[in-house]
Design a binder for this molecule. Structure first.
Ligand code: ADP
Length: 493
């Protein structure tokens, strides 16, 4: 908007018309005082200012305007009929004006000047805007940087205070910081600790992790500095994200050597104890069976012998499970892989269960009459284990269903009960070694190893498995056997 200041209405009218004709919006003031008020209130791109006015003259108005910080940059064009003298023209410039036009006005010249000033004003305004934006951007970045530095400082002081070896890397995996524990294991601040030759290379693992963008968790033996000893550590590396981008990685090595030693001792104990128990147990079983043959079938001794044999069977199962565990730990659990009929394996397991638990009703749905590839005894052990659990954890409702869903590519076996069920949280853990649901530990006997062995066997076969369960309503354990076209000569991997 252009402000026209003139004490004569007719001058204002003609100037306004010339500007309007060329699409320049304008505002008007009939005196210097009115002009000053308007300048303070509104935003103008240019002021056309008559020099000769009663009250404040044009020069005084210009001087006052250039004193206001808000308006000091507004260009002013003076209009004058009389002050053509060089002296007056100079006064016009020193009082803040930029140009000077002598009356009578030549509309073409006026317009030329207005256009130039208008364009200059626009450019200046845009420049100012850009400058302001730039300033804001710089401020913003400075603030973000100082916040980052603060955060980094805070993180370092936390990492310094923990007992673990801790480090951070840049987003590309290059080491950035390590705490004072680092040098107990590493030769320099720039190198990762050395891993046991059997456990891989830590630097390579970090590079793989950075590429994948996913957290790393691994157990690794790390060499102590200046010694030939290795200690087991749990290495965890997590990404630090900002606005969903990984900006760095934070890692820790936690010393788990003592736990590892304790677990090793426990495994050794289980292995020795189960072996030592197995021999006398087999003898006891043999003698009791001999005794069984020598007593009268109707005597009360026969009842006790049967009960004893039943208890021996339970004890034997426990010892066998413990032996299996120690074989799994040492990688010595052997698998006898071959083709066999899945249906007969399933029927055998169910029949065995029916005989030992005649009070339970084990129903069947679906047929598994297909040849599959695997260790028949071990897979039967899995079905027996699921069935034994279905019986054990369903003390009231004694209906159990074994359901088979066969498609062209797979056989899926479900063992469903209506027992106590497993909460969602416990479902995540029941396949882990020695895990037992805490609330039921007191009511049901067991060691928490049956499902762990099942999981091991199924994993070795590459069969999918799992559990669906609702607490208080029952559970459904299942596993899936992929089918291969044996006739076409394809065998399972
Ligand atoms: P154990 O039965 O000797 O405790 P398992 O490894 O066979 O050990 O099972 C682990 C835990 O899973 C059990 O302690 C029990 O809490 C839970 N569980 C297993 N099967 C069932 C089931 N059918 N119904 C409810 N809970 C079950």
């Amino acid at each position: 908007m252009i402000l026209i200041v003139d004490d004569k209405q007719e001058n204002i009218f003609s100037l306004k018309s010339i500007l309007a004709l060329h699409n320049f919006p304008s505002d008007t003031a009939l005196s210097g005082e009115e002009a000053l008020k308007k300048v303070l209130k509104n935003q103008y791109a240019l002021i056309i200012l008559d020099v000769q006015m009663p009250g404040m003259d044009g020069f005084e108005v210009a001087e006052t305007i250039s004193g206001y910080s808000k308006s000091k940059d507004i260009p002013i064009i003076f209009l004058s009929a009389v002050n053509t003298d060089k002296k007056f023209i100079t006064k016009g410039y020193t009082s803040g004006g930029i140009d000077y036009i002598i009356k009578p006005i030549d509309p073409d010249i006026l317009l030329l000047k207005v256009k130039t000033f208008y364009r200059l004003y626009e450019q200046k305004r845009q420049l100012n805007e850009m400058q302001n934006n730039l300033r804001d951007e710089i401020e913003f970045r400075k603030k973000a940087e100082s916040e980052m530095n603060e955060k980094a400082k805070e993180m370092k002081s936390i990492l310094e205070s923990i007992p673990q070896i801790a480090f951070t890397t840049k987003s590309d995996g290059t080491l950035e910081y390590n705490n004072s524990q680092w040098l107990n294991y590493s030769l320099s601040e720039k190198e990762f600790p050395v891993a046991h030759p059997d456990d891989g290379n830590i630097q390579d693992e970090i590079e793989r992790t950075v590429k994948s963008g996913k957290p790393l968790e691994m157990e690794v033996r790390v060499k102590m500095r200046d010694k030939n000893d290795y200690r087991y550590h749990l290495l965890r590396v997590l990404p630090v994200k900002e606005a969903n981008n990984i900006v760095k990685w934070v890692g820790t090595f936690t010393d788990i050597e003592d736990q590892k030693q304790a677990v090793k001792k426990k495994d050794e104990f289980i292995s020795i104890a189960s072996h030592e128990l197995k021999t006398p147990l087999t003898s006891i079983k043999g003698y009791i069976q001999l005794l069984d043959q020598s007593v009268d079938g109707n005597s009360s001794a026969k009842t006790y012998i049967d009960r004893t044999l039943n208890q021996i069977k339970k004890l034997n199962n426990l010892v066998v499970d413990l032996l299996d565990i120690s074989k799994i730990e040492s990688g010595k659990l052997k698998y006898n892989m071959q083709e066999f009929n899945c249906e007969s394996m399933l029927t055998n397991a169910i029949e065995m269960m029916r005989q030992t638990h005649p009070d339970y009703h084990i129903h069947r749905r679906g047929n598994a009459n297909r040849f599959i590839y695997g260790d028949e005894m071990r897979l039967e052990q899995v079905v027996l284990n699921f069935l034994a659990n279905a019986v054990k954890y369903s003390p009231v409702n004694k209906e159990i269903l074994v359901e088979v869903a066969t498609t062209k590519n797979q056989i899926k076996i479900f063992i469903r009960d209506h027992g106590i069920g497993v909460s969602e949280e416990d479902q995540q853990n029941i396949f882990k070694k020695f895990y037992r649901v805490e609330k039921t530990v007191g009511n049901f006997q067991g060691l928490g190893i049956g499902l762990y062995i099942c999981a091991e066997i199924l994993e070795r076969h590459h069969f999918e498995y799992g559990v669906d369960s609702t607490l208080g309503e029952g559970s459904s354990f299942h596993f899936t056997i992929p089918l291969y076209n044996y006739l076409a000569g394809k065998t399972q991997p």
